[in-house]
Design a protein around this ligand. Structure first.
Ligand code: NMX
Ligand code: MLT
Length: 435
């Protein structure tokens, strides 16, 4: 595979680069930590490294140096498709270069070969109780594949440390190949009719997902491509990436590590915000029997804040401007269904909610994040079961967190173990600083 050959060829230079930094400049200080950061979720503490993606607070995400619009323009697509192949994105994340169409198609073909989900996974999912959340089913499925881990088998057989990344890549290809099938199975099991489906060799990863979801509109496959590209990675400090990295740093295989990350994504302050954002819009729509006036919307936003809740889809730990991933989705709606009432409502929320959050004066970033708009698009294509929306996010996010993990292994990053302190210790530091 070209993908594997290219990664193998670039690893020695990367190892040398990091080794040089550590040997020659290991004691150079790159930051300081305040008490606010110690108690405040380590916000802005520069203590993780990834070269897969980087978030600039005002510009937003760059995946391997490319902005969202650049990715949509430059990643290869099949003739006739509006959006690029997700196989090309996976290649880019891992290799660091925009692939040719042939290279992107090679990933897509590899995924088809590895896509079959063992029957026992379907049995496990079917046996879970009625009350089980789609995200629980999703992580359950990932974890149940752990017994197939190539890395775990090779580790037990005494694999060499410098080869670990190769087995992790095998696991990553095996897992990502199956995720659209698993996700669509969960959707049908929970909300439609249980069915086991095999991938159609004539379709790409995203169009196969769209077909298995039972959505006929060809634009839904285009939306899936866009969705899977923009949600894939957001540097290393977000909860899903960080949790994956931390668990993986123990040399847990990717099934253990990814399920940990996806469990983090299930939280309302992280990926689950996409379903909560749609549910919030639907509540507004229901209360005012349609698109409300600007005053009514403002009133609703204030009611949410006064009841002590957050406005889902707004704010961010790093971003300080509108998330370009939000903008990409807004543009998709503007182009394809500008008259849809929920789309119109979401656009109006974008005009009103930042004003309200600024007036309240708490949120450091009053602008929308990726989750403010994704539900609107899925809802339009008749995927109305909000509880499923975070699973979409998870299918995409797996690619970024796995690319990060493979590279962490290639660079031999150690087990993660920050130092924790006591409140008394913190007070002693304050006393010493005041002397
Ligand atoms: N609505 C109401 N209050 C907010 C919001 C919001 N959208 N965003 C931040 N705040 C509050 C926050 O709760 C905190 O209040 P308090 O001091 O009472 O604890 C205060 O503003 C300061 O928070 P920030 O430092 O601005 O934000 P932080 O970095 O702690 O958290 C989020 C970031 C994303 C968790 C936060 O903005 C939020 O809860 N947003 C809504 C949920 C959401 O959209 N999450 C998805 C993020 C993207 N993703 O996919 O993961
Ligand atoms: C993400 O995509 O992971 C979110 O925007 C959250 C983050 O970056 O902290």
């Amino acid at each position: 595979m070209v993908l594997k050959e290219k990664i193998a060829a670039s690893i020695p230079a990367w190892r040398e680069r990091v080794k040089k930094l550590l040997n020659e400049s290991g004691d150079v200080k790159v930051g300081e930590v305040t008490i606010r950061q110690v108690y405040g979720g380590m916000r802005d503490v520069e203590s993780l490294v990834t070269d897969i993606s980087y978030v600039d607070p005002t510009e937003g995400i760059r995946l391997r140096g490319f902005t969202i619009p650049e990715l949509v323009e430059k990643l290869p697509r099949r003739p006739g498709d509006l959006m690029p192949l997700v196989g090309g994105l996976y290649y880019l994340l891992l290799v660091g270069e925009i692939p040719t169409l042939a290279e992107a198609l090679e990933v897509e073909d590899e995924w088809k070969l590895r896509s079959e989900v063992p029957d026992y996974v379907y049995e496990i999912l079917t046996t879970m109780p009625e009350c089980t959340q789609p995200m629980t089913l999703f992580t359950q499925a990932i974890l149940s594949l752990q017994c197939q881990s190539v890395f775990a088998q090779q580790y037990d057989a005494g694999a060499r440390r410098e080869d670990y990344w190769d087995y992790m890549l095998e696991d990553s290809l095996n897992l990502t190949a199956k995720l659209p099938t698993i996700a669509a199975f969960i959707y049908n099991l929970k909300f439609k009719v249980r069915k086991i489906q095999l991938v159609d060799p004539d379709l790409d990863w995203s169009a196969n997902f769209a077909k298995m979801m039972g959505v006929q509109d060809p634009l839904y496959a285009e939306l899936s491509r866009l969705f899977f590209i923009i949600h894939s990675d957001h540097e290393s400090g977000n909860v899903s990436a960080h949790a994956t990295h931390m668990v993986g740093s123990t040399l847990s295989d990717i099934y253990y590590s990814t399920s940990a990350g996806i469990n983090g994504l299930a939280g309302p302050l992280h990926g689950r915000a996409n379903q909560e954002a749609l549910s919030w819009l639907k509540d507004v729509h229901e209360k005012y029997h349609g698109v409300p006036s600007r005053e009514e919307l403002k009133e609703f936003a204030w009611e949410t804040l006064k009841s002590g809740q957050v406005i889902p889809g707004y704010g961010h730990a790093v971003l300080r401007k509108t998330d370009p991933r939000f903008t990409a989705q807004l543009e998709f709606g503007k182009t394809n269904f500008p008259g849809d009432p929920i789309f119109k409502l979401a656009s109006m929320v974008y005009e009103i909610v930042p004003e309200v959050l600024i007036e309240q004066g708490k949120a450091k970033n009053p602008w929308p994040n990726v989750d403010a708009h994704s539900g609107v698009l899925l809802y339009y294509y008749n995927v109305k079961e909000y509880d499923f929306y975070t699973v979409f996010f998870g299918v995409s996010r797996a690619m970024g967190i796995l690319a990060q993990l493979i590279w962490s292994r290639a660079l031999g990053l150690p087990i993660e173990r920050p130092k924790s302190v006591t409140t008394e210790w913190v007070e002693q530091q304050v006393a010493a600083a005041k002397k």
